[in-house]
Design a protein around this ligand. Sequence first.
Ligand code: HEM
Length: 145
Amino acid sequence: METTHYYDIVHDSYSRCAIRKKFFDDFYDTFMSSSPQIAYMFRKSDMEKQKKLLDNGVTMMIMFAGGNAIGKIALDHIAKIHRQLNVTEEYYNYWLESLLQTLKKHDPQYSFKLERAWKEVMGVGIDYLISNSKMPSSMTVKGRI
Ligand code: HEM
């Protein structure tokens, strides 16, 4: 019940923020300056393209938390890309913190309750991405022996 309510207020908050490109500029400025390793991972990326992909990615995270099947397909794809790039658990803390900081700056209705809602809703997708961040042992050399 609480999660359904959280889902709606997160969705509305994202609609208020994602209309401005500056939201994504600010997110990546914060995220990349949070760790030299993160900046290094994006060193060859086309950041304008990445900002659009992230916009879609956050939408998919929200849909996934709402139990949407398209959201799951999208997260499986993101998990696969991140697995190849070796994006591990600790980086997701930086990601979430950067997102919350950017939301605080851009959403005039930001509040403690809204922050809790964002944490809860993003947490569903983040847990899923983390649990899919390692190759199943059946696919590793060790698993096949
Ligand atoms: C839940 C949080 C995150 C979401 C929703 C997300 C979403 C995405 C999406 C949609 C893509 C593009 C996939 C494609 O090319 O089709 C991507 C690529 C990427 N992500 Fe994430 N990401 C998240 C967290 C992270 C974290 C924590 C890192 C760690 C540094 C990271 C690093 C990267 C990198 C390096 C790429 C590839 C960029 C390139 O192609 O040049 N992401 N991510």
